[in-house]
Design a protein around this ligand. Structure first.
Ligand code: WTA
Length: 629
């Protein structure tokens, strides 16, 4: 089995106005790509020099398969590049963060203001005993303090692990324990659809299983302010007030870890993806600037939460390193009504808008009249990330949001890659359904199981052939899992996605090749959901699959066998859904539960989700020779 298959490809294309190409940071994709391929080290050396370093690197890269080092022995701090570098220029008083709450409240922080807040909070963390290399968990709503907390950690060399505020107590506890976080930063509440989400209460529940946590910093938003437990909890505002104002950026080695971010694995517990300071800074700075073509006057809105990699790289580090104005919004795209995002674009003069296909498909469903009510003429670039942007969604986005004027950059990348890897650079022809080509800086291919390139029109495995600066360095405390990425297909980094190229080299992403399910752009591991189901008394075994959904891309369908003597009576499905929600959070709740007598397994006892999925979709399950009787 080579793992390859034939795919029928779309041929449609859109050419952007030639003015985009004329003024783009990468005005000629082909030339830039050739320049990169001629001398990759010289290419990255030139980009890295656009940032401020405390000490030079000896070599651009050291590749010792499967381990890479970038900007070897270079010294720097990413926050110096996101803050100090701007406050000594005319960007000092430029808005860095513009925050909007659900009720329309606004807060603005200039680069200077953000710089000061970060330094105070960094000193506050120091006063709690946090130092270089210590892990800090951040479990917060999307407020400026979430960004401040990340930057404050990076400023002093502490390694942050941000956990998305939609996760439940078990998911949070697992992540805190795996990283052995010393401090947790949280808030009393987040706001979602007009309701308060009790983050601190959820955190408290998690903290009953996390002996490593010494202190909890609580941002108190509600009135009257909640009482804190003086033994363990510290008020965010008090901590800042009592801290010294100046905190110079710690000198970090380029290879020192910057953060850990958990992502679902196809088996077992989530993986703590480790990113390092130097290469990540260079990779996110470069891709933010070139792929979105950010100019000095742009207003940049990436709708992701910093709890995901998209937020790390394209809400926080990339755009701030570039020095743009970043919009952050706490809330959901259809509350209080489905026009809320377009209202914000109009109000804030957003010029670059970056969101997920699931949101675009939701907007499509609500109808063209919502965006039509607002003036979206400030928009000049649209971006997409998280799952394939299907041609229908591309068309709608391009015409109804972009007015047929704005290039759409569909960016393919992963938590592990840290930065964009594939997109259609601004100015190049766009093909609906295709993400595009490898960015100048990445070497990508579609191959069979042995690593041989497959011809155009044949589907295969998406791989990256050469290391890149923002690549993951390891999986925290599980280097073996890290090596798997580079050892599955000989010589390549295996992304775990299926893809196909056309004759011109455009790449279409077809979806995951493994047991990950992408629900509304969020990566969910089958294993975590199954173990949450099995932790319920009624359940003997569970298998979950992704089932295609017109809105969310996929929804989770669970197949469950019940314990002897239990019958799927009234309300069991609702009860199981509640159970998963409580344990893992709303993102992981199955949309459908089917009770079965037994699950298909291999002779060695592994559940064959592929067979369940084939049966569900009425397709050929492929090789079932290992299926037990
Ligand atoms: C999927 C998100 C198609 C893909 C940045 C990948 C995409 C996984 C795209 C990583 C895209 C991301 N087109 N699929 N433009 N972008 N994916 O780690 O399956 O949350 O492997 O990173 O999302 O998800 P992650």
């Amino acid at each position: 089995m080579t793992g390859t298959f034939a795919v029928k490809l779309e041929e449609k294309r859109y050419l952007p106005d030639p003015r985009f190409k004329a003024t783009a940071w990468t005005p000629d994709y082909t030339r830039a790509y050739q320049e990169f391929m001629r001398d990759p080290d010289a290419f990255w050396d030139r980009i890295a020099r656009e940032l401020v370093w405390f000490g030079p690197w000896d070599r651009v890269r050291e590749w010792n398969h499967p381990y890479a080092k970038w900007f070897v022995n270079g010294k720097m701090n990413i926050t110096y590049n996101c803050l100090d570098r701007h406050v000594t220029s005319e960007r000092k008083d430029k808005p860095a963060l513009v925050w909007r709450g659900e009720g329309g409240e606004e807060r603005r922080l200039t680069y200077d203001g953000l710089y000061r807040e970060v330094m105070r909070f960094a000193n506050g963390l120091k006063s709690l005993g946090v130092g270089k290399g210590d892990r800090v968990c951040i479990y917060m709503p999307l407020v400026p303090e979430q960004v401040v907390a990340m930057l404050a950690c990076a400023r002093i060399g502490a390694v942050h692990s941000v956990v998305f505020g939609g996760f439940g107590p078990d998911a949070l506890a697992m992540r805190i324990n795996d990283a052995e976080a010393k401090v947790l930063i949280t808030a009393d509440v987040g706001y979602r659809r007009g309701k308060a989400v009790p983050l601190r209460e959820i955190a408290k529940e998690a903290l009953t299983h996390t002996p490593c946590v010494e202190k909890v910093v609580v941002l108190r938003r509600g009135t009257p302010a909640v009482d804190l437990d003086p033994a363990r909890e510290v008020d965010y505002a008090d901590l800042c007030r009592e801290a010294a104002p100046d905190c110079p950026a710690e000198t970090m080695d380029a290879e020192d870890p910057l953060f850990i971010l958990y992502t679902s694995g196809s088996t077992g517990a989530p993986k703590g993806i480790v990113h390092s300071c130097g290469g990540y800074a260079v990779g996110t700075y470069y891709t933010a600037r070139h792929d979105f073509d950010i100019k000095e006057t742009d207003v940049f809105w990436c709708t992701a939460d910093p709890g995901w990699i998209t937020g790390h790289s394209y809400v926080v580090y990339g755009p701030l390193a570039v020095g743009t104005t970043v919009v952050i919004v706490e809330g959901t795209p259809d509350y209080p009504d489905p026009g809320v995002y377009w209202h914000l674009v109009q109000d804030l003069g957003v010029t670059i808008f970056y969101t997920a296909p699931t949101a675009i498909r939701m907007f499509m469903r609500y109808g063209d009249e919502w965006p039509a009510k607002y003036d979206l003429s400030t928009l000049r670039v649209l971006g997409s990330v998280g799952e394939p942007l299907n041609p229908e969604a591309f068309e709608w986005y391009y015409h109804h949001i972009g007015g047929g004027r704005c290039p759409v950059v569909d960016t393919w990348w992963q938590t592990e890659t840290g930065m964009h890897i594939i997109t259609t650079m601004i100015g190049e022809a766009m093909k609906p359904g295709f993400a595009g080509k490898p960015i100048p800086g990445a070497v990508v291919d579609v191959v069979d199981r042995q690593g041989n390139p497959v011809p155009p029109g044949t589907g295969g495995f998406l791989v990256i052939r050469e290391p890149w600066p923002a690549m993951l360095r390891t999986v925290y405390r599980n280097d073996e899992r890290y090596r798997t990425y580079w050892e599955t297909i000989p010589g390549c980094y295996t992304a775990g996605d299926l893809a196909v190229k056309d004759k011109e080299g455009y790449i279409m992403i077809l979806g995951r090749a493994d047991d990950l399910i992408i629900v509304a752009g969020h990566n969910i591991g089958t294993a975590e959901v199954e173990s949450a189901l099995v932790s319920h008394d009624a359940v003997a075994e569970a298998a979950v699959i992704g089932k295609p959904d017109p809105l969310k891309g996929n929804v989770i369908k669970a197949f469950v066998t019940l314990r002897v003597g239990v019958s799927p009576g009234d309300g069991l499905s609702a009860e199981l859904a509640r159970h998963v929600r409580k344990s893992l959070g709303p993102v992981a709740v199955p949309a459908e539960i089917e009770y079965v007598d037994r699950l298909p397994k291999t002779r060695s006892g592994k559940i064959m989700r592929r067979v369940l999925k084939a049966r569900e979709l009425g397709i050929d399950p492929g090789d079932i020779s290992t299926l037990e009787e």
